[in-house]
Design a protein around this ligand. Structure first.
Ligand SMILES: C[S@@+](CC[C@H](N)C(=O)[O-])C[C@H]1O[C@@H](n2cnc3c(N)ncnc32)[C@H](O)[C@@H]1O
Length: 304
């Protein structure tokens, strides 16, 4: 099982590999479904032909504002829209994008969200327990941990966090909230620390890492959004176009693997890499977040 790490540099992951494999050679639309801070988008625009345009999507308005600043020099070659890639077909249609030569999904959260958003993604800071990528809609992490039945919480922690102590943690959360609702990241960290015996704390991970990951993934329904988006992304691809997905979680990589395999078996697509591409030692040294990244690429066949 692989997990997000607490410290993340402001660097796009596997950026050389993405720019090389997904660069549009003859212009056309790039769709970046997770534009974030615009790092990959910038690399793809630089690497692509000058007729290339980019539609950047993100659920987080603050991320879009940052991407807007970073990509301003590309002028009207860039369009940014707020929304979930779960609605990729509709967002593309609304932006007038009929087909895309490159599509990228770089999953999970950005280093800005982790380190600066103040939305409770990090167990290292005391912040309100929110964790929504789109802060204007849906239930917060506090809503989830204060209302979900303990057995549901335990299942989420086990499935999305692969947390060995899922039941104990869920039980402790339920006990704590009977006294007072959990409101902050510190409350959730305290529940985890009280639930897991000190001797069982992992040596190289913060004891709350897996719980925070599972709660964030549940709050944003990250695996559901991914499963919904992949067929839409594949059908938006132009002939010869490529879809790249970077995942940081074994469950997400499994969804990508199975979806790409079934699209390949259906006949119009081919996977470019037999095994997912991972970051080299150098990159991981500079960007710890790259440690668990896996890139898979699907190409729509020219004759499809
Ligand atoms: C890892 S960051 C992307 C970083 C970006 N590639 C860069 O180079 O700056 C992931 C981004 O995806 C966004 N995101 C996550 N799930 C999303 C979804 N379902 N729809 C749209 N954006 C999503 C997050 O808000 C976050 O900004």
């Amino acid at each position: 099982m692989q997990t997000d790490v607490a410290s993340a540099a402001h660097l796009p992951v596997l950026a050389d590999e993405v720019a090389f494999l997904l660069r549009p050679r003859r212009g056309g639309w790039i769709v970046d479904g997770t534009v974030g801070m615009g790092g990959h988008a910038e690399r793809l625009l630089e690497a692509g032909a000058s007729a290339t345009r980019l539609l950047g999507v993100d659920q987080d308005p603050e991320a879009l504002a940052r991407a807007g600043v970073r990509l301003a020099r590309f002028g009207d070659r860039v369009a940014l829209v707020r929304g979930s890639f779960r609605r990729l077909s509709a967002l593309a249609a609304e932006a007038g994008v009929a087909e895309a030569v490159s599509i990228l999904l770089d999953l999970g959260l950005s280093s800005y969200q982790l380190d600066e958003s103040g939305r409770g993604f990090s167990f290292l800071r005391e912040e309100p327990l929110d964790m929504r990528f789109d802060p204007s809609t849906g239930r917060t992490a506090a809503d989830l941990v204060n209302s979900a039945p303990a057995d549901v919480l335990a299942r989420l922690l086990a499935e999305l966090g692969e947390e060995r102590h899922a039941r104990r943690i869920a039980r402790r959360i339920a006990e704590r909230r009977r006294a007072a609702p959990l409101r902050s990241t510190a409350d959730l960290v305290a529940a985890v620390k009280e639930a897991v015996p000190r001797a069982a704390w992992p040596a190289r991970l913060h004891v709350a890492t897996r719980t925070f990951q599972a709660v964030r993934m549940a709050v944003n329904d990250e695996t559901g959004a991914l499963a919904d988006a992949l067929p839409q992304a594949a059908s938006l691809l132009a002939r010869g176009g490529r879809l790249g997905v970077i995942s940081f979680h074994s469950g997400e990589d499994r969804i990508v693997k199975h979806s790409f395999r079934s699209l390949e078996n259906a006949g119009s697509f081919v996977q470019l890499l037999r095994r997912p591409m991972e970051a080299g030692r150098d990159e991981v040294e500079h960007n710890p977040r790259a440690r668990s990244a896996k890139l898979r690429v699907l190409e729509r066949q020219v004759a499809a």
